[in-house]
Write a protein that binds this ligand. Structure first.
Ligand SMILES: NC(=O)C1=CN([C@@H]2O[C@H](COP(=O)(O)OP(=O)(O)OC[C@H]3O[C@@H](n4cnc5c(N)ncnc54)[C@H](O)[C@@H]3O)[C@@H](O)[C@H]2O)C=CC1
Ligand SMILES: O=C(O)CCC(=O)C(=O)O
Length: 630
């Protein structure tokens, strides 16, 4: 790096997430009855000055007068600011330290609080240009050093003139006064820094936008803590995913777009082009064709349990780990099943609709307790097993059938065949997964094998039941009642109508695929899935991925982490290590996991590596994806 590049960095809302004088007001006005009003005025004055809409020095004097601050407030302010250093600044301490001779903090804030913050990040005290407070004898802050050019209008321009930096000057800041340096011809490039605040009139003037320090470093080919700026990671969330997920991704610095409904294959093919992370629920189908249109896709998140709507093999072959939320809505589905079992046993759906038509039908006919009744659970996975426990607690006798061996909970009885279960129980409830082999697994034969007058529930997937057979069984009275939450065809959005032969049949509860739709479940899912995805992006961990070899490793300090995804054929690991050896790279640790199709290897190497390594790694035969994480 030549020494003729200089970086001018603003402090308030750039180096830190906040405006220091706003924070000072929070402290100095604590307990004052008109605190909120004063703070609003301080904020207005700050924004107006930052947007270049008012005289800076007049505004500064007014703000200090309003704050009524004392020097004793400064230690508290400093600790607040330390907590509020911008995320991307925090990450890139190494750059700030390594380039400390060329980095200048130029701020209209005050050295008293700027210096202790920025010097912790390697900034040289001599390179800090800012105002200083004036105090009265009691230590009250009464004003500022009016001789300092930074207290004047166009102060930053005057300062840069006096610095007379001989070289290329880059300015990074959120305010109009930062832009003015470039406008005055004193900087080669101005980057509007938008990580914390977006000032429209500044962004409009800026030739370059830096949503993070990473982006600035990336664009200028400077060393950065992560391999790729997070703001370049674009997230598309479909199907009304809980806002918590949006918040989590945005907090990480990603760009997030949301769409409330599902997208058709054709729409998704168009939309997926520049998406890095796709979040869906049960209705959007991620097909091989969709993946062929994806240029940047790193992850698919199923914000639900079922993943039958995703072509997991195609994702695997494209090097895309898929994550779901295997437990977050389990309880919600179970509670709904329990509720429906009781409601159907009592014939409530019909009783309730009669009441809505003014009909009073008080009778015990066809109405039963669930105690001592036999419940048959088909699919004894997480939902089935939890339902088994709650049903037993209500005094039901539980039977289950699963295609694989499962731990028998409580007093539940295992059935060797589906038909054995069907012949024994009073209520059948389906909790199988939606794998293609389960299509129409429950049809006329299965309904015929059930006891006369039994109840039937499907809260798993619509395609597992032959709807016509169910309709016939209800009409004939073979099935005395049914609860159906999932359908072979479901509307993609809430504005589309619902059509089904199951409508208007007696003692039938129809629900719009809401088994998992509780606020608790949706918030849990919205925490869980983004955490898994971000863990993969930041450390390469694939723990709990539904299609990828699972690796979980801690992050390493003073190391680079390389991830390599390849077709699982003999010799790839040897080729990777040959590339590293040829480039004299020292391996600190290496972890490989494979499944029948794909190999996933994480390699931690020591700090020094050449760009050639990246090129050579990408050329390793059978490579699907290669990425340097940090
Ligand atoms: N209605 C809704 O809103 C929701 C529906 N679901 C559906 O429920 C399904 C089950 O969820 P979990 O229990 O968490 O999944 P899980 O994977 O823990 O359990 C599924 C069980 O079904 C068994 N199974 C698969 N095919 C079978 C068959 N033909 N016969 C017997 N057993 C079979 C599996 O061996 C497994 O034990 C999900 O895959 C999803 O499709 C899940 C959450 C919400
Ligand atoms: O709530 C959803 O969108 C889907 C729930 C579901 O079916 C699942 O979790 O598999």
């Amino acid at each position: 790096m030549s020494k003729d590049k200089y970086f001018i960095i603003d402090f308030d809302s750039t180096f830190t997430k906040v405006e220091a004088l706003d924070e000072l007001g929070e402290i100095s006005l604590n307990g004052a009855p008109d605190k909120e009003q004063i703070l609003q005025e301080v904020k207005r004055l700050t924004d107006s000055a930052m947007a270049g809409q008012s005289s800076f020095s007049e505004g500064l004097a007014k703000r200090l007068a309003l704050l009524k601050a004392h020097q004793n407030h400064l230690p508290q302010l400093i600790s607040r600011l330390k907590e509020n250093v911008s995320q991307s600044v925090r990450r890139n301490k190494e750059f700030l330290t390594q380039f400390s001779d060329q980095i200048f903090i130029v701020s209209s804030g005050f050295k008293e609080f700027i210096t202790p913050i920025v010097t912790e990040y390697g900034i040289k005290e001599a390179n800090i240009y800012a105002n200083t407070f004036r105090y009265d004898e009691q230590g009250n802050i009464t004003g500022f050093d009016t001789e300092n050019v930074l207290s004047l209008d166009k102060g930053k321009i005057k300062l840069l003139e006096s610095l007379a930096l001989a070289g290329d000057v880059y300015v990074l800041g959120d305010g109009y006064t930062d832009y003015e340096i470039k406008e005055a011809g004193l900087a080669n490039k101005f980057y509007a820094f938008t990580e914390n605040v977006v000032r429209d009139n500044v962004v409009a003037k800026a030739e370059h936008i830096a949503p993070s320090l990473d982006e600035f470093l990336y664009q200028n080919k400077l060393p950065m803590a992560i391999s790729y700026p997070k703001n370049r990671i674009s997230v598309l969330l479909l199907e009304n995913i809980h806002p918590k997920a949006v918040e989590m991704f945005r907090r990480e610095g990603y760009q997030v777009e949301t769409i409330s409904g599902a997208l058709s294959e054709e729409e998704l093919c168009e939309k997926i082009k520049n998406v890095s992370i796709l979040g869906i629920r049960s209705k959007t189908h991620v097909t091989r064709k969709v993946l062929e249109h994806a240029n940047r896709l790193m992850n698919v998140g199923a914000f639900c349990i079922g993943t039958n709507q995703i072509d997991l093999d195609a994702c695997l072959e494209a090097g895309i780990p898929v994550f779901n939320a295997p437990y977050s809505n389990t309880r919600s589905v179970v509670e709904m099943a329990i509720g429906e079992i009781i409601m159907l046993s009592r014939g409530i759906p019909d009783k309730s609709s009669k009441m809505h038509q003014s009909e009073w039908d008080k009778s015990a006919a066809g109405s039963f307790e669930v105690r001592d009744k036999k419940l048959g659970i088909v699919g004894y996975g997480n939902i089935g097993a939890q339902l088994s426990v709650l049903a037993e607690a209500m005094g039901m006798e539980v039977y289950y059938y699963d295609i694989v061996e499962k731990l028998q909970l409580g007093n539940a009885r295992k059935c060797e065949t589906l038909h054995e279960l069907l012949s024994k129980v009073d209520i059948v409830t389906l909790h199988v997964d939606g794998r293609p082999e389960n299509k129409n697994m429950f049809g006329a034969k299965e309904f015929a094998a059930m006891k006369d007058g039994a109840l039937f529930l499907n809260l798993s997937r619509g395609h597992v039941v032959e709807i016509e057979a169910l309709v016939e069984s209800i009409k004939s009275g073979k099935i005395r009642g049914a609860g159906v939450d999932v359908f072979p065809e479901e509307p993609a959005t809430n504005s589309e109508p619902f059509e089904s032969e199951l409508r208007n049949l007696p003692n039938v509860i129809l629900t719009p695929h809401i088994g998992g739709s509780t606020l608790e479940a949706q918030e849990n899912i919205a925490n869980f899935v983004p955490s898994r995805i971000m863990d993969y992006i930041n450390s390469g961990n694939t723990y709990q991925s539904v299609n990828f070899p699972n690796i979980q490793l801690p992050e390493l300090k003073n190391a680079h982490r390389l991830i390599h995804i390849h077709a699982n054929v003999p010799g790839v690991l040897a080729s990777i290590n040959q590339v590293l050896a040829n480039n004299h790279v020292n391996i600190l640790g290496q972890y490989l996991k494979t499944n029948e199709r794909v190999g996933y290897v994480i390699t931690d190497i020591d700090k020094e590596y050449d760009k050639q390594v990246v090129n050579d790694m990408k050329q390793v035969p059978h490579t699907i994806k290669f990425r340097i994480l940090y």
